[in-house]
Design a protein around this ligand. Structure first.
Ligand SMILES: [Zn+2]
Length: 171
């Protein structure tokens, strides 16, 4: 069964699904099954560019589609980190080429997710939001500045709210 959305049915989702099933080779019994809208996972790791030996946008989005996810948001711990326009463009080009569901990437809050210098946020508005993923921004002043700039752009900051010094040994 392919994942083609039957646009001809508009908001008649059940009719569209019936038509898609009828046109497919699916022959199972659908009695008692429940239809859901496509799911959205706001924290995935597709590892491309940079770490495609772990996962790619193609394989990750195929897995998402198989699980009923029609939109996913990959985190920015990539190489290069999407902290400048050209770095995000590299990821977006792969998404346009390979994604089979909606893939809406995060841009980094700080350059290389190092927490020292804010990313080029004003030129990263094609990203769904900003995150340094597993690296909580440790400077209160820098996080405040990031939040002010994100708000001005109409974007969210999606943060691991962690104090690195207390992570493993506690306080
Ligand atoms: Zn993560």
């Amino acid at each position: 069964m392919d994942f083609t959305f039957v646009k001809a049915y508009g908001t008649d989702y059940v009719g569209g699904i019936r038509a898609a099933l009828a046109a497919s080779s699916f022959s199972g019994n659908t009695d008692g099954l429940t239809v859901f809208p496509g799911f959205c996972d706001v924290h995935v790791h597709f590892r491309e560019p940079g770490f495609s030996y772990k996962e790619t946008i193609r394989t990750g989005s195929l897995a998402a589609a198989a699980g009923g996810y029609t939109a996913v948001c990959p985190m920015p711990n990539l190489n290069p980190v999407p902290d400048f326009r050209e770095h995000l463009d590299e990821e977006l080009a792969i998404i346009r080429r390979d994604a089979v569901v909606g893939v809406f990437p995060y841009a980094a809050v700080t350059v290389d997710e190092k927490g020292a210098v804010l990313s080029d946020m004003e030129h990263l508005t094609d990203a769904v939001a900003f995150s340094d993923d597993g690296h909580g921004v440790q400077s209160d002043a820098m996080m405040r500045e990031a939040m002010v700039r994100a708000k001005a752009l109409g974007k969210m900051i999606v943060a691991h709210c962690e104090v690195s010094g207390a992570r493993w040994s506690g306080i």
